[in-house]
Ligand binder design. Structure first.
Ligand code: CP
Length: 333
C-alpha cells in the first residue's frame, strides 16, 4: 500500500534554519537547503581567496572513532580553508572512551571547546546520540552501516557538475548495498529529488536493506530493479556508483573473501557503457575499479573527493552561521 508519498510528506515539513543545525541524515535539510549548499560549493570553488576568512575564530572538532582518510581530512581542510581551526582525534584508542566515557559525556565536554563537531562512529545511531547531547551543531561523518550524509553531498555535487541535474537519471549502484552507508544516504536523498530509476546490482548476500527499498516504493516518481549482473545493465546507466565490500562490517572472514571481488569494473566492461556515463565511488577502493579506468574521462571519483571538500566548506560555514563574502543566495536569483 503506497498512501501519500513519503518524499512529499518530508518536503511539506517546516524548514528549520541552517544556523545551529545538526545534520545526521540529509532528511535534516530541505531540498532547497541542499540546492543552496550545491550553489555555495560552486561559489567557493571559484572564490577561494574571498572566502578564506569566512570562519575566522571558529573551531571544528573531528571525533573519529573509525578510520578515515577523505572524510576527516576534508572536514578539517574545509575549516582551515575558511580561516578556522581544528581539534580532534583520529581513532577511539586516543580518546577517553577507552576509560569508559560515553558519547554523551564526550559531546557535552567538547561542546565547550568548539563551534561545530564532525563525528564518525562504528555504531548506527551514534551521531544522533551525539547531537542530542551537544550544544553545538553535530555533523554525521558516517555511523556504522547507516548513513553518510556529507558523502551524499559530494555525490550530488558530482552528478550536478556532470549532468547539470541530480535527477531524471538512471543510477546504478553496484557492490555492497547492504552495508554501504553511502548507498543508503544517496538513494534516500535522490528519492526526495524524485524521477530517478535505480538499478541495484549486488549478489544476494549484499542486497539493499528493506527500509531503503521502502523509501523508493514510497516515491511515486522513482523505481528500482535488483540484478546480479553488471555487464547486462551497464549500457542503460547514466551513473554507475561502485562500492567497496565493507570488510569491517562482516561477521565472518570467509563470507568477505568469497564476495569481495564479485564486481571489478575495467575498461572491457566500460566499453558497454554510455559515452557520458559517470563512474562514482565514495572511495577507498580495493579491487572493484581497475586502475586503468582512472584515465577514462567517465571516471568521476577523484572529482567527488574535491566536491566533498567544497560541500563540507559550504556546510560548515552554514551551520555556524558565517556568510561567505560576496555570495548571493540562490533564492535571491
Ligand atoms: N568516502 C569516505 O568516507 O572515505 P573515508 O573512509 O576515507 O573517510
Amino acid at each position: 500500500m503506497k498512501g501519500e508519498p513519503l518524499s512529499s510528506v518530508l518536503e511539506q515539513a517546516v524548514e528549520t534554519p541552517m544556523v545551529g543545525k545538526s545534520v545526521i541524515t540529509l532528511d535534516d535539510l530541505s531540498i532547497r537547503q541542499i540546492q543552496e549548499l550545491l550553489h555555495k560549493a560552486q561559489y567557493i570553488d571559484s572564490h577561494r581567496k574571498e572566502v578564506a576568512h569566512t570562519c575566522d575564530g571558529r573551531v571544528l572538532a573531528t571525533l573519529f572513532y573509525e578510520p578515515s582518510t577523505r572524510t576527516r581530512l576534508s572536514f578539517e581542510t574545509a575549516m582551515l580553508r575558511l580561516g578556522g581551526k581544528v581539534i580532534g582525534f583520529a581513532g577511539a584508542q586516543l580518546a577517553s572512551v577507552t576509560k569508559g566515557e560515553t558519547i554523551s559525556d564526550t559531546l557535552k565536554t567538547v561542546s565547550n571547546y568548539v563551534d561545530v563537531v564532525a563525528i564518525r562512529h562504528p555504531k548506527e545511531g551514534a551521531a544522533l546520540v551525539a547531537s542530542r547531547a551537544a550544544s553545538v551543531p553535530v555533523i554525521n561523518a558516517g555511523d556504522g552501516g547507516h548513513m553518510h550524509p556529507t558523502q551524499t553531498l559530494a555525490d550530488l555535487a558530482t552528478m550536478q557538475s556532470r549532468f547539470g541535474r541530480v535527477n531524471n537519471l538512471t543510477v546504478g549502484l553496484c557492490g555492497d548495498l547492504t552495508f554501504g552507508r553511502t548507498v543508503h544516504s544517496l538513494i534516500e536523498t535522490l528519492c526526495r529529488f524524485g524521477n530517478v530509476n535505480f538499478v541495484l546490482i549486488s549478489p544476494d548476500e549484499l542486497k539493499t536493506p528493506q527500509y531503503v527499498l521502502d523509501r523508493i516504493n514510497a516515491t511515486d516518481s522513482c523505481s528500482y530493479t535488483e540484478v546480479k549482473d553488471l555487464v547486462s545493465v551497464i549500457g542503460d546507466l547514466d551513473v554507475l556508483y561502485m562500492t567497496r565490500v565493507q570488510k569491517e562490517r562482516f561477521f565472518n572472514e570467509d563470507d568477505y573473501l568469497r564476495l569481495r571481488d564479485t564486481y571489478i569494473l575495467d575498461e572491457a566492461k566500460m566499453a558497454y557503457a554510455k559515452k557520458d556515463m559517470a563512474v562514482l565511488h565514495p572511495l577507498p577502493r580495493v579491487n572493484e575499479i581497475a586502475v586503468e579506468v582512472d584515465d577514462d574521462p567517465r571516471a568521476a571519483y577523484f572529482e567527488q573527493v574535491k566536491n566533498g571538500m567544497l560541500m563540507r566548506m559550504a556546510l560548515e560555514s552554514s551551520v555556524v552561521g558565517d556568510e561567505l563574502p560576496g555570495y548571493e543566495p540562490l533564492e535571491s536569483k
